[in-house]
Design a protein around this ligand. Structure first.
Ligand SMILES: Nc1ncnc2c1ncn2[C@@H]1O[C@H](COP(=O)(O)OP(=O)(O)O)[C@@H](O)[C@H]1O
Ligand SMILES: [Mg+2]
Length: 159
């Protein structure tokens, strides 16, 4: 599905009030397809939701290319013809993962190992993660791929 098709589908879903998956302080995540979610930006960390969406999208593409374990970022959404809600966001790969606190001991150890590895890589590449040193925040572990994902790049910085 290309970006225009994803945007049409997302608008349809949002207008019907469907697809809600989760949210945090900067955005709301909606399921668009089996493989794709939309993060609609609500926060103004970068001045406006539009700028947050642009920032996260840019950084996401950059980090994914550099093999950091972030979801694949697929492109910007917006401005969308939606009333009464934020209308900028970013499409990304949907992660089928578990929160780290719910993992078995063995998987938890593996998640921790990958977290440390990712933190070193991120630092080496010249970025700083936005949420301190807490591996339980903004992470999911896919037990099938045995792979940790880090996401929510709004507050990450290029050093
Ligand atoms: N690509 C994704 N696939 C599946 N779930 C996701 C994805 N991105 C975010 N989520 C879920 O949605 C929650 C909120 O997303 P997040 O990007 O952290 O928003 P916020 O910036 O508001 O904190 C996350 O904690 C996570 O559980
Ligand atoms: Mg978050």
């Amino acid at each position: 599905m290309d970006l225009a098709e994803l945007a049409d589908k997302a608008i349809h879903i949002l207008r019907r009030g469907k697809g809600y998956l989760d949210h945090g302080s900067d955005g709301i995540i909606y399921t668009v397809t089996e493989e794709v979610v939309l993060k609609l930006h609500t926060g103004s960390h970068h001045g406006s939701p539009k700028r947050s969406a642009q920032y996260e999208s840019e950084l996401g593409v950059e980090l994914y290319k550099k093999k950091v374990q972030v979801p694949q970022y697929l492109g910007l959404f917006g401005p969308a013809p939606l009333s009464h809600r934020e209308n900028w966001g970013v499409f990304m790969q949907r992660i089928n993962g578990l929160e780290l606190s719910s993992l078995s001991t063995v998987l938890h150890l593996e998640a921790h190992r990958q977290y440390q590895e990712q933190r070193s890589l991120i630092e080496k590449l010249g970025y700083e993660v936005g949420d301190g040193k807490n591996m339980y925040t903004n992470t999911l572990f896919d037990p099938r791929q045995k792979k940790l994902f880090l996401f929510d790049l709004v507050r990450w910085k290029r050093l």
